[in-house]
Write a new protein. Structure first.
Lengths: 163, 407
């Protein structure tokens, strides 16, 4: 008959370890520590600029778009030049620069008038498109910039990591 | 022969050993570990989030935590956070450790001391700081930061004190912007002395240039243990293949990159300090104790062996390993406007296809220089785009306008 190698009588400490070991193995590492999403296979990026869906200071204002906070797709920093462009397109005719700035500050939205170069990772971030309170134009030459102008976001990592 | 059945004590050791092994390996559950993993995947936002968790941890790695946080923020384009993290790290790096640190290094492992980085690491922290100021058009502060980088490198070996060429070059650019052409010329000459083949270090060509591209190639030089009983540290080149890059703006070649600083060279010419003498002495003593223990036949052998084992001679192998291996530059003149920049990296003359980067709508402004910083990496600028998600619509308080997002 085959004999089981584990002794019947073990010391209490050893017994505890034997019980603990399978429990640890079963519990494993927390999911958020171990599951890192594999990157998609490399696809060369087109050199043709993508269509600007959400305009900002770097892409230049897209004619005919109204402020994002008012249901449009414009995320440009409010300036007199921008107000003039809205008016030319027949938009926001009852707004002047002061009122537009007040609208943003009333919604606690920070613009390039407040700070810059945060790439929307500041205390007011993320970008308003992502539900945050930061409308500072993202940094060109970053993935985040490409995402903001196209409105196509890579899903955030599920990993939350240790606290 | 004892069977496990007959000797329960022997058998019970097996799970205990397994448990210890598991505990030692762990889940790799440190924020730094995951931050580094994310950084290597070019997911700088996640990396920044992980590194930020450690930023206030006041232990011997405080500087390292802040430097890593700064790296992730800088590469991810969050220059505001990068500046803050670099400032915090620089404050400690500049500080004098006091006599306590000297005593610690005598009686304990070198790694028990507060990490302050090698001269080239301190120079790089100041260099990044300078780049941020330069980007903001604050040329006075940028120049000061680049000077700090040179000062940090001044503790290198005597022949290599002014070879941090990229900082010299940037000081020259700052002087040009500040309207001091003579000082600019002197700085460019110093940069050219270190890298005579770099075509961008010529003041004449640079005068009209308004676009400056800093390219970070490869991985940081790796710190390894060397010398007696591994008591000293040495550096070897990080594992990377890319040797140069070409930059295009709107499909037109802007220029091929030229090396402005090789961090391995900087690391290797850091110069030996009193710390290294102490470490070497500890290493020799440790080796001597081992030899004595082997040669001795009496009871003192065990004592000598124990003393050798306990002798803390191990070199400090901590390093800011998120740095690149080399820094290259490209400089050009472009009319103001919006550009698509393409960067291609080459290894042994062959183009590295999955290293190609394309960035759209990069503005070149009229009133100030455009500084762009790119870093090489496989699969970094992937053209794969996920489907568009509906953004969070915000308008609640304005009934004048439509209530649904227009696209």
């Amino acid at each position: 008959m085959r004999t089981w190698p584990v002794p019947r009588k073990t010391e209490p400490a050893a017994r505890g370890i034997i019980i603990l070991l399978p429990a640890l193995l079963l519990a494993g590492c927390p999911r958020q520590y171990t599951q890192m999403r594999a990157p998609p296979a490399f696809t060369p990026m087109s050199e043709r600029p993508p269509r600007v869906v959400y305009c900002n200071d770097h892409t230049g204002h897209v004619a005919g778009s109204k402020p994002f906070v008012l249901g449009g797709t414009c995320c440009c920093t409010p300036t007199q030049k921008l107000i003039d462009a809205y008016h030319r397109d027949g938009l926001l005719l009852d707004y002047d620069l002061g009122r537009l700035k007040e609208l943003y500050s009333g919604l606690d939205i920070k613009t390039a008038h407040d700070h810059r170069d945060c790439n929307n990772r500041c205390a007011w971030g993320p970008h308003i498109l992502q539900g945050g309170n930061c409308m500072v134009p993202p940094t060109p030459g970053t993935q985040h910039f490409e995402e903001i102008i196209t409105g196509r976001f890579h899903l955030p990592e599920e990993t939350t990591g240790p606290h | 022969m004892d069977s496990p059945r007959r000797n329960p004590r022997k058998c019970s050791a097996l799970p205990a050993v397994l448990l210890l092994c598991l505990a030692a390996v762990g889940c790799g559950s440190s924020a730094r570990h995951f931050g580094r993993q994310a950084f290597r995947r070019h997911d700088y936002e996640t990396a920044q989030m992980f590194f930020e968790k450690n930023k206030d941890k006041a232990d011997r790695n405080f500087v390292l935590y802040n430097l890593e946080w700064a790296s992730a923020a800088f590469e991810g384009g969050d220059y505001l956070t990068a500046r803050r993290a670099l400032e915090t790290a620089a404050e400690v790096m500049r500080g004098y450790g006091g006599s306590t640190e000297g005593i610690i290094s005598l009686i304990a492992n070198e790694s028990a001391k507060m990490f302050k980085g090698d001269p080239f690491e301190r120079a790089m922290a100041n260099f990044y700081d300078g780049l941020i100021y330069y980007r903001w058009g604050d040329y006075g502060n940028a120049r000061a930061a680049f000077h700090q980088a040179l000062m940090a490198d001044a503790s290198s070996a005597e022949d290599h004190r002014e070879d941090f060429a990229v900082a010299q070059f940037m000081i020259g650019k700052c002087y040009q912007k500040l309207g001091e052409p003579d000082n600019a010329r002197i700085s460019f000459e110093k940069a050219r002395k270190a890298y005579p083949d770099n075509p961008y270090f010529s003041g004449k060509a640079l005068r009209d240039h308004n676009v400056l591209i800093i390219l970070q190639l490869g991985k940081a030089p790796k710190k390894i243990a060397a010398g007696p009983a591994g008591s000293l540290d040495d550096r070897v080149r990080g594992n990377y293949r890319e040797t140069r890059a070409k930059v295009y703006a709107n499909r037109k070649l802007l220029g091929a990159s030229s090396c402005a600083v090789d961090l391995l060279h900087q690391a290797k010419t850091s110069g030996r300090t009193a710390k290294d003498t102490i470490q070497a002495a500890k290493g020799v003593a440790k080796t001597g104790l081992f030899a004595a223990a082997a040669a001795t036949q009496d009871d003192t052998s065990a004592g000598l062996l124990l003393a050798a084992l306990l002798m803390p001679a191990q070199a400090d192998l901590r390093q800011w390993d998120l740095l690149p291996g080399e820094i290259h530059v490209v400089s050009a003149k472009l009319p103001p406007g919006s550009y698509t920049f393409k960067v291609e990296f080459f290894a042994d003359g062959k183009r590295m296809n999955d290293f190609r980067q394309v960035w759209h709508y990069v503005p070149v402004e009229e009133d100030r220089d455009t500084l762009l910083v790119f870093r090489s990496g496989r699969n970094k600028a992937n053209g794969h785009m996920p489907p568009r998600q509906n953004p969070v619509f915000r308008a609640e308080n304005d009934e004048d306008l439509a209530s649904a997002p227009q696209n």
